[in-house]
Design a protein around this ligand. Sequence first.
Ligand SMILES: NC(=O)c1ccc[n+]([C@@H]2O[C@H](COP(=O)([O-])OP(=O)(O)OC[C@H]3O[C@@H](n4cnc5c(N)ncnc54)[C@H](O)[C@@H]3O)[C@@H](O)[C@H]2O)c1
Length: 283
Amino acid sequence: MEDIKKIAVIGAGVMGRGIALVCVRAGFETILFDMGQDMLDDAHGYLHDFFKKSVAKGKMSQEEMDASMSRLSTTVFLETCVADLVIEAVPEKLSIKHSVFLSLEKVNAADTIFASNTSTIPITQIAGALAHPERVAGLHFFNPAPLMKLVEVIGGVDTDPVVLETLTRLSATLGKTPVQVSDEPGFIVNRVARQFYLESLRCVEEGVTSPEAVDRIMESTGFRMGPFRLMDLIGVETNHAVSQSLYEAFFYAGKFRPSRLQQKMVDAGRWGKKSGRGFYDYR
Ligand SMILES: NC(=O)c1ccc[n+]([C@@H]2O[C@H](COP(=O)([O-])OP(=O)(O)OC[C@H]3O[C@@H](n4cnc5c(N)ncnc54)[C@H](O)[C@@H]3O)[C@@H](O)[C@H]2O)c1
């Protein structure tokens, strides 16, 4: 932990930008990568606006905001992402995660920790293709990353226990509540929460009720957000990819069968807040 000074966050989407915010806020020099400058500019604006609101609410000073923003740098060149810790937040697809880590292993030292924010892909599968599986672990933040306290810390078959301890202590330094969990599909939270989404989608598919009604009912029972509002926040396509990945990982067990309605939403580009339209209209 003492050795972690610089963090690289790969992917500046819904999660990557939030994770980068958490890192710079906690004092770490952070380099944020994405494939396009537009995405990086958008992410930069997100951090700026979030901190601005924190200053207005008296949660941080202007000086703290300026110092946090000055710790952030952005890049479209993956080979410049040299750091003590890499946190990957690219789409939920094993081939994409492998290609990112395979490129990063060429430029990073052998003891740089490689952490994945994957929701469901076993860490052992990610680590299996890499030269140093002992430095690979899961570091699973929740959405929105700057606000949600829980972080799942996951070790694969070959992960060095020192790496897990380092990430657990780092999470606490980031102001999070880390929980070490075993490397099973969906870890704990996504495995348990999957039925919250899938059964709700089935209710709508079968004409039992509407997304608005499901959300109203769940929110009236104490859930901060109903499943459809939450899928729009997460990204409907990301939530669907998570379902597909879990379904495969559990050898096609029926209870994890993805939803055709959700597939249709993905095909139609109704990805939720990020695309302006999902189960709700944000335009
Ligand atoms: N959205 C959530 O609520 C949530 C919560 C927890 C974990 N996760 C996990 O975090 C990861 C990222 O999810 P997200 O919601 O931030 O996705 P996202 O689609 O919002 O962002 C992914 C980013 O990765 C970039 N990217 C795409 N292909 C790439 C490639 N080949 N190389 C490098 N970058 C690439 C994209 O440009 C995009 O900005 C996934 O593994 C997801 O399962 C998501």
